[in-house]
Design a binder for this molecule. Structure first.
Ligand code: ZN
Length: 278
């Protein structure tokens, strides 16, 4: 075979491989915690959050975030994780949301006020849910406290406080907590897996990229909080777009139909000044 034909064949094979490549597969990394321990840690941490942050009990808002959240939690990767996801709204003007190990998610009213459409909210929630599925919080804690953790976790007795034990290793929910502030590698994974969860739920993954773009261009302390907890892994929008292209063709027209009602309800919520988690 002449060189030119060979080169053409190689290009053809390469293109075929690229085109037949499905969505990126992800698996949780190194972890000293069991999945049950993720769940317990999340439950205890959520109880602490509810004491420290003003949880909004508005039925319209609670129902709305739960509907969007359940849509994402119905996706294959979320179901396979087996984690019990829950969704709550907290009155905080900063544009942010956070999810604790094992599933509890908290959405700031500032985020609900900032999104232009439901798919953008689904994008942030899908991103957060992916951190839970990929166990990034306890993965980071495991890597940071490799020496102390095995003994602390082994000594964990049923019914005892896990947060109390972990505090001995300096692991808590405070500002810059390893459980809630992620590496760029983890961010990239959460972006891409988040796009899978969105697509399966009928939301266009590109809206996640659009929303991050919007945050980037706005700047200011209210928007910086999300980007500080979830640093841009670089070329964020392009990477999400490329991953979206690898997903099977779907119809991205799902909507709960309650977006406008949510916007009216959240406009009535007056937030106290933003508070960092303690
Ligand atoms: Zn993130």
């Amino acid at each position: 075979m002449c060189k030119r034909k060979l080169a053409a064949l190689i290009v053809l094979l390469y293109t075929t491989v690229l085109l037949s490549q499905g969505p990126t597969q992800f698996h949780p990394g190194f972890n000293l915690f069991s999945k049950d321990q993720d769940v317990q840690l999340g439950k205890e941490s959520a109880a602490q959050v509810r004491k420290q942050m003003p949880v909004v009990r508005d039925p319209v808002l609670s129902e709305y975030v739960s509907r969007v959240g359940r849509r994402l939690a119905d996706s294959q990767e979320a179901r396979a994780s087996g984690f019990p996801f829950t969704f709550e709204v907290v009155a905080d003007p900063s544009i942010n949301a956070f999810a604790l190990p094992g599933g509890p998610m908290f959405i700031h009213t500032g985020l609900l006020k900032a999104v232009d459409n439901e798919a953008q909210l689904a994008g942030v929630m899908g991103h957060e849910m992916s951190h839970v599925i990929l166990r990034h919080g306890t993965n980071q804690a495991s890597k940071a406290q490799l020496i102390q953790l095995p003994a602390l976790l082994a000594g964990q007795v049923a019914g005892g406080s896990m947060l109390g034990r972990l505090a001995q290793a300096g692991i808590g929910l405070g500002a810059n907590s390893v459980l809630l502030k992620f590496s760029r590698g983890a961010e990239s994974q959460a972006d891409l897996m988040g796009s899978h969860l969105m697509a399966e739920g009928g939301y266009n993954p590109m809206q996640m990229a659009r929303f991050f773009e919007k945050l980037n261009s706005q700047g200011g302390s209210r928007t910086l909080e999300f980007l500080s907890d979830h640093p841009n892994p670089g070329n964020r929008e392009r990477a999400i777009e490329e991953e979206a292209d690898r997903l099977p063709q779907r119809n991205y027209s799902f909507q709960t139909g309650a977006f406008d009602r949510m916007k009216q309800a959240v406009a009535q919520i007056h937030e106290p000044p933003p508070r960092r988690r303690e």
